[in-house]
Design a protein around this ligand. Structure first.
Ligand SMILES: [Fe+2]
Length: 234
């Protein structure tokens, strides 16, 4: 039986470089104070978990595929053992506010758990996206997506809104933003499912920090010669 751990409301199994050995690290509690009211969706995609998570560092595709007019990498990426973090400044559509220039912080914990946080200067909301990947067959991955939009109504112009009404509003906005995230996934899926494997990949400077990400991800594979690298030109 594979080592397993209950964490963040789910059960995670470890099939790392040596399945007989548990991992040397534990998943973090992403929400130590209060768990946001996440809404979930589950989709199955014909690709590898590493490809899905690479989406976060493939900054060159954000405009042509998703229409994000602005994307910069003001910080990072940084890696510390099994943790990889990158910060992006992205202009994206945030329902119901339209195009918003905000900060996105992405943290990866191995290739099975991602936590993405979107904030915007001067705004009282925060969007949390949690994603977990589960390989279900060779080159088929189940992706569990959780999205929550939280509003800080303790101050500012929203402070007069009754707490119950704010909870209802946050739930409605969470549903809208889950739909927005799924729409982005719908744009990615045909690319993921038709990408062609090439080794070595031909990466340019405009492709973003894909190289550091792939180098970090190597630690999660056995060092068996001639294995199939799950990296392709993005
Ligand atoms: Fe994408």
């Amino acid at each position: 039986m594979l080592p397993c751990e209950e964490s963040n409301g789910g059960i995670f199994t470890w099939a790392g470089t040596d399945p007989d050995q548990p991992p040397s690290w534990a998943l973090p509690n992403l929400f130590p104070t209060a768990t946001p009211a996440l809404r979930f969706n589950r989709i199955e995609i014909g690709t590898h978990p590493q490809e899905i998570l690479e989406n976060n560092v493939d900054t060159a595709h954000l405009y042509p595929l998703h229409g994000f007019p602005e994307c910069a990498v003001p910080e990072g990426p940084a890696s510390d053992g099994h943790v990889f973090t990158v910060s992006l400044r992205v202009t994206r559509t945030v329902p119901p506010f339209g195009a918003v220039s905000g900060d996105t912080t992405i943290s990866l914990y191995g290739l099975g758990l991602m936590h993405l946080v979107v904030t915007a200067p001067g705004q009282q909301w925060q969007i949390d996206v949690v994603a977990s990947t589960r390989p279900v067959a060779p080159w088929r991955t189940e992706l569990l997506l959780g999205v929550a939009m939280n509003i800080d109504a303790t101050k500012g112009p929203l402070s007069w809104v009754p707490r119950q009404a704010m909870t209802v509003l946050a739930a409605a906005l969470t549903r809208l933003n889950l739909v927005a995230v799924l729409k982005i996934m719908d744009q990615d899926i045909p690319v993921w499912e038709t990408k062609r494997y090439t080794s070595p990949p031909r990466l340019g400077h405009s492709d973003g920090p894909i190289g550091p990400y792939r180098k970090w991800a190597q630690q999660f594979y056995p060092t068996t010669p001639n294995r199939r690298e799950p990296t392709e030109q993005g």
